[in-house]
Design a protein around this ligand. Structure first.
Ligand code: HXC
Length: 259
């Protein structure tokens, strides 16, 4: 299938690789990119030859978040009415084969959330993770407030979500967000070695292992994500969201009025 904002290829006819491909926008996750990502994930999941899927970006960015330009004018009616995020962002949760995030550069906001929706993250030594939504007058909306504390604990999750700061690969590994750090020039080699290894194991055992590990986390996650989603939608009713995003788009400092 021809995609505009992603590319796909296979390795050893066993691993499906999806590369996010909006380099000029640091792979900002536009609605169309997310639709394409969902289509590619489903196609690899349905392909009997494929045993593992890798999502990656480029050296500078895995993804710097949801597309702020696209979101900037959304109203509460747009995001709640259209259930923004649920439809296209949650396809990844229905994928039964393992999905590895190979992260180099920025994984921020929705980019960090996308990486956390994968089954595990292999980080290049230049990776930077963060949930900077607070700076835009919103909160994470694709599971960040739920998956980040499960991965790194409450203290660090609060620190990241409330200050909007980034953490580097070393801090992310120490905190448990990433499974390993590799040199940037070895990122794909190491990730593909892991993906090929997984592809060589029994498909049912692999899917069962994935399902079972996820069971350890997902008991109350659905409620948490839905709670988060409604708050995320509600923030599009605030003037501060318009201000935060307009300031970003127009490259000026935001002036929040708490309304
Ligand atoms: C749209 C983005 C973008 C984004 C970067 N760009 N991030 N466009 N949405 N999330 C664009 C910039 O506008 C710029 O376009 C180009 O990519 C290069 O970015 P620069 O800022 O010039 O690069 P740099 O100085 O290296 O700074 C990198 C950065 C910064 C620190 C990552 O771009 C940044 O702070 N980006 C926003 C990160 C963020 O707030 N993410 C969360 C978004 S909200 P031009 O045209 O000027 O070259 C979110 C909510 C998720 O993700 C909710 C669930 C879906």
């Amino acid at each position: 299938m021809a995609y505009e904002f992603i590319t796909t290829r296979t390795e050893g006819e066993k691993v499906g690789i999806i590369t996010l491909n909006r380099p000029k926008q640091l792979n900002a996750l536009s609605p169309q990119l997310m639709v394409e990502l969902g289509q590619a994930l489903k196609a690899f999941d349905a392909d009997a030859a494929i045993g593992c899927i890798v999502i990656t970006g480029n050296e500078k960015a895995f993804a710097a978040g949801a597309d702020i330009g696209a979101m900037a004018t959304y109203t509460f009616a747009d995001v709640y009415g259209d259930d923004y995020i649920t439809r296209d962002w949650e396809t990844i949760r229905s994928i039964r084969k393992p999905v590895i995030a190979a992260v180099s550069g920025f994984a921020l906001g929705g980019g960090c959330e996308l990486a956390m929706m994968c089954d595990f993250i292999i980080a290049a030594d230049n990776a930077k993770f963060g949930q900077p939504e607070i700076k835009l007058g919103i909160i994470p909306g694709a599971g960040g407030t739920q998956r980040l504390p499960r991965a790194v604990g409450k203290a660090k999750a609060m620190d990241l979500a409330l200050t909007g700061r980034m953490m580097d690969a070393t801090e992310a590994e120490r905190a448990g967000l990433v499974s390993r750090i590799v040199p940037l020039d070895k990122l794909m080699e190491e990730t593909l070695a892991a993906a090929l290894m997984i592809s060589g194991y029994g498909r049912m055992a692999v899917m069962a292992a994935k399902e079972s590990v996820n069971k350890a986390f997902e008991g109350t996650l659905a409620d948490g994500v839905m709670f988060e989603r409604r708050l995320f939608h509600a923030l599009f009713a605030t003037a501060d969201q318009k201000e935060g995003m307009d300031a970003f788009v127009n490259k000026r400092a935001a002036v929040f009025k708490n309304q």
